[in-house]
Design a protein around this ligand. Sequence first.
Ligand code: SAM
Length: 458
Amino acid sequence: MSLRLSDPCLVVLIGASGSGKSSLARRHFGASEVVSSDLCRALVAGDEIARDADEDTFAVVHAICSARLRGGLLTVLDATNLHAASRRAVVGLARDHGRPAVALVLDLPEAVCQERNRARGERGVGPHVVRHQQRLLRRAIPELREEGFAEVVLLEDAAAVEALRVERAARPGGDAPAPPQQPRQVAADAGEGGPGYALDLTAAERTRYRFMAQRAVRLEGDRWRRHGVVPGARVADVGCGPGEVLVELARLVGDAGAVVGVEPGAEARAAAAEAIAAAGLANAEVIDGRADATGLAPGSQDVVMVRLVLFHVGAGAQAAVDHLATRMRPGGHLYLVDVDVTGVRMSRDDPDILEGAERYREFQRRRGCDVAIGPRLGSLLLAAGLDLVDRDAVIHIVPREVLALGGALAASQREMRAAGAATEEDVMRWTDARRRMVENPDAAMFIPSYIAVGRRPG
Ligand SMILES: C[S@@+](CC[C@H](N)C(=O)[O-])C[C@H]1O[C@@H](n2cnc3c(N)ncnc32)[C@H](O)[C@@H]1O
């Protein structure tokens, strides 16, 4: 997982005692960039565990952070930051200096934090404190974006912490303070073309997309080639999201080919452009457009691929497929992939997980999504005047390590709460249930997934 920081900014570590905040800070940042509340407590009170010195300690912490941000220096705040009031104070401080605040959340299993605290002996905190901190953290996570963090990065286990890469990008305009930051709007609104997209694009989400893209290459690579994704081909990936599949397609068509991603969401487009640049690809680009108004010239593509998008387009799916069917040259292929989430099954039936899944489906239905569109893909192609040349259906397994990253329900929670479709308690209950589930070595989710390929006659 890679975290791209705009330098300068304020990185706010959030996590219980023993979650690994200081080790992470040491690993990725310079000693003088890290403002540690423990160190400041030791400076003002002579001991880093003197809890009664909090007021003086945080006055010093804030003064140092403030001076650094004013001076245009990247600053990392190493403290638990579990209370909304303390986070509000530092987000406000970053905003005052026109710098973005990034939340780096270490949401490790409680057992890991407890174990590390035990190993600290007298310098560690008691088990009841860690338990309470974990509860505060669980409550805080869904709130962070609303609190004004420009980015929220969630690390949920030791492997995710280990895999973290931190890159820095100097902000255009150099050292001048940026205008005050607004929380980043991550949900794309697809306007008239459908209900839009209600999934947050966190670093964990991007990792999940990468997993899905790599599996698609493994399982569908031959089928892609059979339907025209070959060296030299022109391919459009419509609703390309963060561009993980697009990058794979661009590798397959090579320098003589070209891939264009069409995506209505600004953040997803930026992520896709980043993925293209990171892969060093000169044959791929991403443009703004919707499935029913791509901006692609009629007959301009050899293959148009549309993966996990028509679900979100809902009632407008036929209009979108009608438009897409005319974007290929005669003989070109329209390749559709989508799911039927009414058939999702879990390795174990947990009542909270089942309830969360049903509430997610209901939320998406109400937004106008078609949660069971998968089996209808072939009909959409035929109705658009294409020949139906290939179909398949499989049940995909989402393994434990990918489930731990979240999934569609976790990625929709912010929107569900904003729409009044879930309460904070619901979100905590579902998060706890997922956490319980991934503690089982057999944890997995199974999703019915459908492919249909249409060929333009002629
Ligand atoms: C689940 S993601 C799939 C991303 C990518 N196709 C993949 O398989 O990794 C769905 C994407 O569809 C996009 N989307 C939503 N409504 C759309 C529309 N009307 N036209 C095109 N894309 C749309 C969203 O912005 C989002 O990036």
